[in-house]
Design a protein around this ligand. Structure first.
Ligand SMILES: C[S@@+](CC[C@H](N)C(=O)[O-])C[C@H]1O[C@@H](n2cnc3c(N)ncnc32)[C@H](O)[C@@H]1O
Length: 300
């Protein structure tokens, strides 16, 4: 994987510019600043390119996926519990590898993503595997309508999703509306604290944790192997953990757990070592959280 500060299944970075207009690090300001740029159009073009590159990448290894097995991280399947027979919607499902892994674990799956090439790839993967799955092309913020008002037992969102969304309260309201009473959100994400450390070793606080202004970035590659992108510009948003959790609570969900993990799924910093199924700080070095996972239930 190519390095980069947003490397958690997001872009590497060469130039990063916070967009003016949101000097106070508050959600309303950040959302206001996001309104000044076409974050959706830029990101969709960028992700359409990435999807085409990822399809052929060794990183996503779709032939390997066809050969079988679940591509979920072992802790994900354990934390979400038995999904057999559960209606699960995967928001920002990308090529559908994780979505179809949930299907292989017994869930009845739907995937949603705003990138048409990604959804085409996910559909074709499902067809080639004979897995009955529904894939829908839509923006997350339009998911309730795009999914025809259907409700789900589980909403799943995986690593590298939230940085593409400007507005956490609006996202949380969508999640709550998609859940059947008694259903739950299972979210796994890069920890926002890991985003503030320097890209190289992760030993210094190099960025403002509370800076949630839109970050416009130009980087000609994606995080996998493959050729340069035709649309290198993207817009990302950092969300402090408190804002994510508070948005979910405000949307009426009950937080069942919030776990912070001391490992990552890739070499985020050169200082991490591959150990015990993840990338970890060397023994004796102070640790910081690199991933978090959260489950939140819509009360019955
Ligand atoms: C980093 S990928 C998710 C990766 C996933 N965890 C995996 O490895 O398969 C992020 C996905 O979010 C999608 N995305 C970004 N912004 C979106 C939006 N506003 N609505 C729907 N999908 C979006 C992109 O098209 C991309 O497929």
């Amino acid at each position: 994987m190519r390095p980069g500060r947003r490397g958690g299944y997001a872009s590497g970075v060469t130039d990063g510019d916070a967009v003016d207009g949101a000097d106070v690090a508050g959600t309303a300001d950040a959302v206001g600043a996001a309104g000044a740029i076409d974050w959706r159009g830029l990101n969709r073009a960028n992700w359409d390119d990435r999807a085409r590159v990822h399809l052929a990448s060794e990183f996503y290894n779709l032939d390997g996926f066809r050969a079988g097995g679940s591509w979920l991280r072992p802790f994900e399947a354990a934390e979400a519990g038995d999904v057999t027979g559960k209606r699960l919607v995967h928001l920002q499902c990308h090529l559908g590898t994780d979505t179809l892994s949930w299907a292989r674990n017994g869930a009845l799956v739907t995937g949603l993503d705003f990138s048409a090439p990604a959804i085409e790839a996910a559909r074709s993967l499902a067809t080639s595997l004979g897995i009955d799955a529904t894939f829908v092309t839509a923006d997350v913020y339009d998911a309730v309508t795009a999914l025809g008002g259907r409700r789900f037992d589980v909403v799943y969102t995986g690593i590298g999703a939230l940085v593409w969304l400007p507005d956490m309260p609006r996202w949380a309201a969508v999640v709550a509306a998609l859940l059947e009473p008694g259903g739950f959100l299972y979210l796994v994400e890069g920890h926002p604290f890991a985003q503030v450390l320097d890209d190289d070793q992760g030993t210094r606080v190099a960025r403002d944790y509370f800076d949630d202004r839109p970050q416009v970035e130009d980087y000609p590659f994606t995080y996998t192997d493959g050729p340069p992108l035709e649309h290198p510009r993207s817009v990302q948003f950092q969300h402090p953990i408190g804002r994510i959790v508070t948005a979910l609570a405000d949307a009426g969900l009950r937080i069942d757990f919030l776990r912070e993990h001391d490992f990552d799924t890739f070499q985020r910093y050169a200082s991490l070592e591959r150990r015990d199924g993840g990338y970890r700080f060397p023994p004796g070095r102070p640790r910081v959280p690199l991933l978090f996972s959260l489950r939140a239930t819509r009360p019955a």
